[in-house]
Design a protein around this ligand. Structure first.
Ligand code: GLA
Length: 717
């Protein structure tokens, strides 16, 4: 609900459990509150508590500006920076008016949260303007009635008659003064989204990516929590970006001790020419306040991402159990080898066979052919059509890997269009994995990709696409843009990519798309808007995955995370975990296999078959149920546990990193059960009340080797 009180010019945005309060004072837009939901009539009292109602000093040093800029003695972090025609960067945004609309408009050319009908949400638009330069801003805030997420974005317009330059665009929210800690997701290739928690001092803490992708190193997410906040209790203020390019996210503690958190464009690699009449649309930022700990944050974010970021036919459908040939064969496959793996996959009940890298051009290693999306008949006799049809005959769907944004210097595409890649004339074109990046800001490049990928998809029964992107931008500039606009390249690239994704995904609505970027290097709400699942990491080691999946689950739902059983010794770590453990951990995401099934023992295949049956039976619980973290592997000597709950079914998976002799018993307490009801796990012979399972809990396996897991499936009576 959004209420406007005309007499004191206050806007009260109320979500199911949060409130956000804005007000206009002397034509300046201020944020007075963000936190637990306030009753509608509590607003006046709150203003008095803040002390804002009484006084207004013309200097902004202590004012909670909604769009902090360079003006009137404000010295904190800015949300909007411009360079005016005269060369200064002063910007005095003054209130012009507001509109309250039903529903939510799409963002032009950008991914964003959405509504399915207008009654689901209300949107507040507020206009601000700097009279001297004509810099005009429209802020947009959407309150969803059924989701505890506030969506926010900003449009900047040049209503003046001279050009200016936009050099930073952020969405900023203030927190009440208090002691806080910061949680963010640090990582690297094959080590994505490791949860980090550090104290918030009295300065600025920032993370960013200037890679041209959200990246492996930092995820566009930050949570500010109280020092005592745990999984189950305590305040959490969190934000994420519905964008897949470079970003910055940070928190700044001002002189009044009120932290401001901000997420937006990465100003290192962004500025934008604003000619008279130009409009710039910022990406959307999502903000969540949870009073009930990190699980409270996840319980708010997961359904929202699943239902109001992800789109399309596959959004609500059970995801197929797949077998992917990458770690099974790498580039060394032919038709017979693939069919042998697929046959075993079909025997154990897999539903989709995915042919990964190496099927096109003359690609037998990673040093050539990206861009030449024409099947290598020498390797795959009969082409994609034959293999796809043969897979269909095994009663499985067929899926295919692409890396369309890339070009290999050794490719026909590069030989024909050497200027189609991002580069700077006169400098080396830095290769990474022997490849360069196509200039997606160019329309002809976008059109080429749409045409060539669509052509392949039309040529055979292809039901799934893995859309990969394996390197970041080094000389990330378009030679087509004039010098004063070169710094626009990265954002123009993203707009071009989003256009391509919109066209292809809407032309092939039946196809399930999974995004990938060297594993989880572009795991963000921007990609999830086009493709409802992402390959979580190139690290398929079960132990490492307990950590990667833990961090990822802070904001992203399990239905978005690809998780596959791979071979041992694991290809990334050399570690050996049992087949059962590998299956149990992979059940924490979209389950699949990524190993040569034709070479597994009968015993392991039997385990695999049982796991497939279990996933088929329980995947609605795993993919659409509520996911709760019970034990954090970063803290409990590697022990981890998680729970899925949907209707009367409760699935619990526990993981023990290393066994000790004569151990102390470690217990895991279940969450969110009905204390009075009886829960029965017939297979493990357990029947107990919800109260007992929540207060005493289950005992963790204390024997059975390192990396041991156990899965419990309870039904509520
Ligand atoms: C990336 C992906 C892998 C695989 C390879 C193929 O690394 O993350 O899953 O597809 O590319 O080259």
């Amino acid at each position: 609900m959004i209420q406007y009180n005309e007499s004191n010019m206050l806007f009260h945005l109320q979500g199911p459990t949060y409130s956000y309060l804005l007000g206009v004072k002397n034509d300046v837009l201020m944020q007075y509150y963000w936190g637990g939901r306030l009753p509608s009539d509590a607003v006046e009292g709150l203003l008095e508590l803040r002390g804002e109602a009484a006084s207004f000093d013309t200097a902004h040093s202590r004012h909670p500006l909604v769009v902090p800029t360079q003006e009137k003695g404000y010295f904190g972090q800015r949300a909007l920076c411009v360079v005016n025609p005269e060369g200064d960067d002063v910007l005095s945004l003054r209130y012009q008016g507001y509109r309250i609309l039903s529903g939510k408009k799409p963002l032009c050319g950008l991914p964003a949260s959405y509504v399915e009908n207008e009654t689901e949400a209300d949107t507040l638009e507020i206009d601000l303007k700097d009279e001297l330069t004509g810099v005009a801003v429209t802020l947009s805030f959407t309150v969803f009635h059924a989701y505890d997420v506030l969506a926010r974005s900003m449009q900047v317009k040049n209503e003046g008659d001279k050009p200016f330059k936009l050099t930073d665009v952020q969405s900023a929210m203030r927190l009440p003064a208090d002691k806080y800690e910061i949680i963010h997701l640090k990582g690297a290739w094959a080590r994505e989204r490791q949860a980090r928690r550090v104290a918030l001092g009295e300065g600025t803490y920032a993370i960013k990516s200037r890679r041209g992708a959200s990246g492996h190193e930092n995820n566009p997410f930050m949570a500010i929590v109280k020092p005592h906040t745990t999984e189950d209790q305590g305040d959490v203020y969190a934000m994420t970006h519905v964008y897949s390019g470079s970003f910055s996210a940070g928190v700044d503690v001002g002189i009044d001790n009120e932290p401001t958190m901000m997420i937006g464009m990465c100003s290192d690699v962004f500025n934008w020419d604003m000619a008279p009449g130009a409009v710039f649309q910022s990406p959307e930022a999502l903000f969540v306040y949870a009073p009930d700990g990190l699980n409270g944050l996840s319980h708010r974010m997961h359904p929202f991402v699943r239902q109001r970021i992800c789109r399309g036919k596959w959004r609500d459908l059970p995801r197929p159990i797949l077998v992917n040939n990458w770690e099974a064969t790498y580039f060394g496959f032919n038709y017979d080898k693939l069919i042998a793996i697929a046959k075993r996959g079909a025997e154990i009940g897999c539903e989709l066979f995915v042919l990964d890298d190496g099927w096109f051009g003359k690609r037998d290693s990673d040093n050539c052919s990206l861009g030449d999306w024409v099947v290598n008949e020498g390797k795959l006799d009969g082409g994609i059509k034959r293999i796809a049809e043969s897979i269909n005959e095994l009663a499985m769907q067929f899926g295919l890997w692409f890396e369309p944004e890339m070009v290999s210097p050794d490719s026909d595409l590069y030989r024909a269009h050497p200027d189609w890649c991002l580069h700077v004339d006169g400098r080396d074109r830095t290769e990474c994995r022997n490849q360069l990046i196509l200039d997606m800001s160019r329309k002809e490049v976008q059109d080429y990709i749409i045409e060539i990928v669509s052509g392949v998809l039309r040529s055979a029964p292809i039901s799934y696409v893995k859309w990969d992107m394996n390197r970041n931008m080094a000389e990330g500039f378009s030679c087509m843009l004039p010098a004063q606009q070169r710094m626009e390249t990265q954002h123009r690239y993203m707009l071009g990519l989003y256009r391509v994704l919109e066209e292809i995904t809407s032309a092939f609505p039946e196809v399930l798309f999974e995004s990938c970027s060297g594993g989880g290097g572009r795991f963000d709400c921007g990609m999830l808007y086009y493709m409802p699942q992402t390959w979580t990491s190139d690290d398929t080691d079960a132990r490492e995955r307990t950590r990667i999946q833990y961090g990822t689950s802070l904001i992203y739902p399990c239905s978005a995370m690809g998780a596959h059983v791979s071979a041992v010794p694991n290809h990334q770590t050399g570690r050996i975990a049992s087949f059962q453990t590998r299956c149990d951990v992979a059940m924490g995401g979209n389950f699949g296999f990524e190993l040569d099934l034709s070479k597994q023992t009968e015993e392991d295949l039997a385990t695999a078959k049982k796991a497939v049956e279990m996933v088929k039976k329980l995947r609605t619980v795993m993919q659409q149920g509520e996911y709760t973290r019970l034990l954090n592997p970063f803290e409990n000597e590697g022990r981890a546990a998680w729970q899925f709950t949907r209707e009367n079914t409760v699935i619990v998976c526990v993981y023990v990193d290393h066994q000790q002799p004569n151990p102390q018993p470690h217990r895991v307490k279940l969450a969110g059960l009905d204390p009075e009801a009886v829960y029965t796990d017939a297979e493990n012979g357990i029947s107990a009340s919800g109260a007992a399972l929540m207060n005493l809990g289950l005992i963790m396996p204390s024997y059975g080797g390192d990396f041991a897991t156990k899965v419990y499936v309870f039904e509520k009576k």
